[in-house]
Design a protein around this ligand. Structure first.
Ligand SMILES: O=C(O)CCC(=O)C(=O)O
Ligand SMILES: [Mn+2]
Length: 209
């Protein structure tokens, strides 16, 4: 990654076969990111849900919340979420994300919902998966904003398992996955003993209603 003339780090585009993944480490300024994190920790209705895995009910290793337009419900791991209404902060972040994603991908993008994850410390995690639920449509653009502790995001090609990419998702960064990425790649945020601080991640999505 190199700095451009404004001292700003450039948007990174990863050379992933069958995928389209871009990363802007400077999406939010430090002040904006700090303010946003503080607001979300305070005002989001964080919940710990349980999921069924191999017949056992276990609590998810993180707190979650789902916000969006009325009717933008979402089902994953056997859980169906009805959205809470947009807060002022989430609505304004959504507009900022839509504008950045449009310039990164060179196409208009609209989101109608956001999944929020709160990783309380390094022991909270998200296992391997693709964002390939039917309500996201065929080639969804997913925009992921990270706040707080830096956590490592790992991508692995589904068929060619030696193909991998690691991206450290830092405070105020924006990661975009588009095109066929969800068909061919899975991703995770693994546990780590190195992180003690919380991290909030928001994935803006368009669900077909
Ligand atoms: O926390 C992250 O960076 C990943 C979140 C994610 O993959 C998801 O919400 O589907
Ligand atoms: Mn995901």
């Amino acid at each position: 990654m190199t700095a451009d003339h404004g001292g700003r780090l450039q948007i990174q585009q990863f050379d992933l076969p069958d995928g389209n993944v871009r990363f802007d480490p400077d999406f939010l300024s430090l002040g904006e990111a700090d303010q946003c994190l503080e607001l979300l920790l305070r005002e989001i209705d964080w919940q710990q849900k349980s999921i069924k895995l191999f017949g056992k009910t276990i609590p998810q290793p993180r707190l979650v919340a789902w916000y969006g337009d009325p009717g933008a419900s979402y089902t994953y791991s056997g859980l169906t979420w009805e959205p809470l209404g947009w807060t002022e902060g989430l609505r304004s972040l959504k507009s900022q994300v839509e504008a950045s994603v449009a310039s990164m991908l060179g196409q208009t993008v609209k989101f109608n919902s956001v999944l929020l994850n709160l990783y309380r410390d390094g022991q909270d995690s998200m296992g391997w998966h693709s964002d390939d639920e039917p309500e996201l449509g065929c080639n969804p653009a997913i925009a992921s904003v990270s706040l707080g502790a830096t956590r490592r995001f790992a991508l692995q090609h589904k068929r060619h398992k030696a193909l991998k990419q690691k991206i450290d998702l830092s405070h105020g960064s924006l990661l975009v996955m588009a095109g066929e990425t969800q068909h061919h790649w899975r991703h995770q945020v693994a546990k780590t003993t190195k992180v003690q601080e919380p991290r909030v991640n928001l994935t803006f999505r368009y669900v077909i209603v």
